[in-house]
Structure formats: structure tokens, C-alpha cells
Write a protein that binds this ligand. Structure first.
Ligand code: PMP
Length: 400
């Protein structure tokens, strides 16, 4: 008798380092209880710390009121949601985006998972840069794909194009780019993205097989200092742009996102990819966002968390940490800071902070030891209260 109670693939996923660390942290470390303890300051996940805006609640409430007998029927992507998403993409990127090139998904996760399975086959390689979003590896493994990791440039936090080029093989099918980047907060510059597009075109031609680019960009509206966001989809026609509303609206549990193919993608390729996407959405377990979220999309497109306030929190915390002696870049976007750990062992430093009632994530979860991540969706009051504790942690780390 084969006595394995679970699949080899699920075991492989659990053994992926960042997945294991994340899963242990989120599910087994006592974090869920600890973050609610009085006096504990939580800077780990991109979760809300305050009640949602009334306009957000109103949009969902109105969308939940049935207007016909098919309101809660099985539905694919809704035309009104696609149109709202297309209109928003057109305005933000300055290109006219056809609504029929968009498919609504269960958040950014759903968009990435569906993209991977729609264009890549088991055994194909997927390249992404470290530090990554910690779930790329497990999403690739779950789809039967081979994760291939390269480092970013540690000085500039920009993509290392030479490293990406060197990692490409005849089995490479997808390169994932995350901009603005979680955890570094970097927006990849237009020149880098243009050069990447040229590199991917040349490599596709060399190997006689198209390499797709997945542009994971859920933070593309959370941009500071009037910076202009540019998407890889503007430069590489074979891009699958993945977006989530969970960041802009700070409501990640209400699953809503989309996958968008750029207008520059050749029509016959786009037709084939869209058909694959819809088929995978069904076959993988009806991965369409629920009807209420889709009906609400046009209203939700008009809303956002207060980016000016987020920027004020970033400014306060970056300045405060630097004044204490921490080393960190100023993030251009997202709601993360990625300081250097004052001691090489970031996990021990994170434990030290935790003992002082400050919860952050070690760089090792991002396969980047020597750093740690702070999420500033916490309130300004929490940020202010944290600085004396960051000072104590630094003194203790240096002292011992
Ligand atoms: N990509 C990145 C870079 C993320 O940070 C996240 C969420 N943390 C996602 C994708 C997934 O977003 P969602 O949970 O809204 O689907």
C-alpha cells in the first residue's frame, strides 16, 4: 500500500523555503493571537488596521442587492467590470485598453496562478528575481513548473538583466516581474523594462519559443512623490498584466483582481491566451471573482486608500529609523520598507523586536537574509509608538 496521505506536489510546496517560513509564521507561530495582544505593534502583512472607508462598504452593499433573478447565477467576467478595469488601465498607462482583453480574477493570486497555467506546461521554467514576493515559488510548483531564481542588483534594487539573460534556457517559458516591488518599494525604470523586452524578444527568437512576461503589479496605484509608474506591458507585447484591488483598497480578503493582455499582443495570440485563461479558470475550480465583487468594480475603481497619508507614514518612519541609525532606501511605492538588519542574522533580530512587541518579517522569508520588512498599513500612532522600541532593539543588537 502506498501510505502517503497527501500528494508529492503538496509536500514539495510545503518544503519550498519561503513558503514553509511564511506558513509557519502565519499559521503556527501564534502570530494570529499575538497581533491582537494589547500593546503589540503589527507591521507584518498588508492588512487593514482601521475600519474600511464607508464608500467602500456602500459599494459592496449596493452590489449585493439583487436586481434580477440571475444576480447570483454562475457568471464569467462581467462586461461592466472589464470596462471599468480597461478604462482605468487606459487612463493610468496612456494606452487605449480594449475591455475584451481583460479577465476578472480572484485577486492577484488568481491572476498569476491562471496566467502560469495558461501559458506554461509542467517542467517549463519560470524565472523571477530575489527578493521575490514569497509565493511565486509555491505558485510555480503548484502548476508543476520549475522556479528559477536570480538576484536583483543589491545596490540599486533594480533588475539584474545580465542575471536574467544568463538564467534563460530553451525551457524558459515565463519571466515574472514585480513592479512596484514588494518588498523593496522600487519602481523599475522604463529603460530597464525596454531592455528586458529586447532581451526576451531575442531569447525567444534564439530558442524558437516565445517567452511570456507576467507583470505582477498590484501596487501600481500606490506610488509616491508624483512618480510615474510604467508597466512592462507597455514595452513587451507578450505580457500578462496581473492586478489586485486588495492593495489599492486595502481589503485583501475581498478577492478581486484581473489579468490583462496589452493591445500590442498579436490578435491570434491574444485570442488563444484568453480562451486558455477562461478554460483554466473553470478547470482549476471556478476561479472567477464572486458576482458581488464584479458588480461593485465600477464603483471600486473610483476609490483608493489615502496615498498622501501613506506617503506621510513612509516619510515619518524612514526619517525616524534613519535618525536611529538604521540603513534603508526610501521606497518609491507600495506600503513596505526594507531596512538592513543591524546584525547579519535577520531572524534573531526579528525575534528581538518581537520580544519588544514589534512584529516584522525577516528577510529570509524573501530569501534575502540581512534585511527585514516593515509594512506601514499600521496606523501613524503605531508607527510613532514603534520608534523607541526600534531604538532599544538596535542598542540591544549592537550591545550583544
Ligand atoms: N503580488 C504581490 C507582489 C503581492 O504583494 C501580493 C499580496 N501580498 C499579491 C501578488 C497577491 O495579491 P492578492 O492577495 O490581493 O491576490
Amino acid at each position: 500500500m502506498d501510505d502517503h496521505p497527501v500528494s508529492a506536489r503538496s509536500v514539495q510546496i510545503q518544503q519550498a523555503e519561503s513558503f514553509r517560513m511564511l506558513f509557519d509564521f502565519a499559521r503556527k507561530s501564534g502570530y494570529q493571537e499575538r497581533r491582537l495582544e494589547p500593546g503589540v505593534l503589527d507591521f507584518t502583512f498588508g492588512d487593514p488596521h482601521e475600519l474600511p472607508q464607508p464608500s467602500y462598504v456602500k459599494a459592496l452593499r449596493e452590489a449585493a442587492l439583487p436586481k434580477d433573478e440571475l444576480w447570483f447565477a454562475y457568471k464569467f467576467s462581467q462586461v461592466s467590470a472589464q470596462a471599468a478595469a480597461a478604462d482605468s488601465l487606459s487612463r493610468h498607462l496612456g494606452v487605449t485598453w480594449p475591455p475584451d482583453r481583460i479577465r476578472m480574477t480572484t485577486g492577484g493570486f488568481g491572476a498569476i496562478a491562471t496566467s502560469l497555467k495558461s501559458v506554461a506546461d509542467p517542467g517549463d521554467e519560470v524565472i523571477f528575481s530575489l527578493p521575490p514576493w514569497f509565493l511565486y515559488e509555491s505558485l510555480a510548483l503548484e502548476a508543476g513548473l520549475m522556479p528559477v531564481k536570480v538576484r536583483i542588483d543589491p545596490q540599486t534594487f533594480d533588475l539584474d538583466l545580465a542575471a536574467i539573460e544568463a538564467a534563460i534556457t530553451p525551457r524558459t517559458r515565463v519571466v515574472i516581474v514585480n513592479t512596484p516591488n514588494n518588498p523593496t518599494g522600487r519602481i523599475y525604470p522604463e529603460a530597464t523594462l525596454r531592455a528586458l523586452a529586447g532581451l526576451l524578444d531575442a531569447a525567444s527568437a534564439r530558442h524558437g519559443r516565445r517567452i511570456y512576461l507576467i507583470s505582477d503589479e498590484p501596487y501600481n496605484r500606490l506610488v509616491f512623490d508624483g512618480a510615474r509608474f510604467v508597466s512592462p506591458a507597455q514595452f513587451y507585447p507578450h505580457t500578462l498584466l496581473c492586478y489586485s484591488y486588495g492593495k489599492t483598497l486595502l481589503s485583501p480578503g475581498q478577492r478581486l483582481g484581473y489579468l490583462a493582455l496589452p493591445p500590442s499582443m498579436p490578435q491570434e495570440v491574444a485570442d488563444a491566451v484568453i480562451e486558455a485563461v477562461e478554460s483554466v479558470q473553470i478547470a482549476a475550480g471556478w476561479l472567477f471573482p464572486n458576482n458581488v465583487m464584479q458588480y461593485a468594480t465600477p464603483r471600486l475603481e473610483e476609490l483608493s486608500i489615502d496615498v498622501a497619508h501613506l506617503q506621510a507614514k513612509r516619510d515619518f518612519m524612514v526619517a525616524g529609523l534613519r535618525a536611529l541609525g538604521y540603513e534603508l532606501e526610501t521606497p518609491e511605492a507600495t506600503f513596505y520598507l526594507f531596512p538592513r538588519s543591524p546584525v547579519p542574522d535577520d531572524e534573531s533580530f526579528v525575534r528581538l523586536l518581537s520580544d519588544l512587541g514589534v512584529l516584522v518579517m525577516p528577510g529570509r522569508i524573501f530569501e534575502t537574509p540581512g534585511f527585514f520588512r516593515i509594512c506601514i498599513t499600521a496606523t501613524m500612532e503605531s508607527i510613532e509608538a514603534s520608534l523607541p522600541r526600534f531604538a532599544t532593539a538596535l542598542a540591544q543588537a549592537r550591545g550583544g
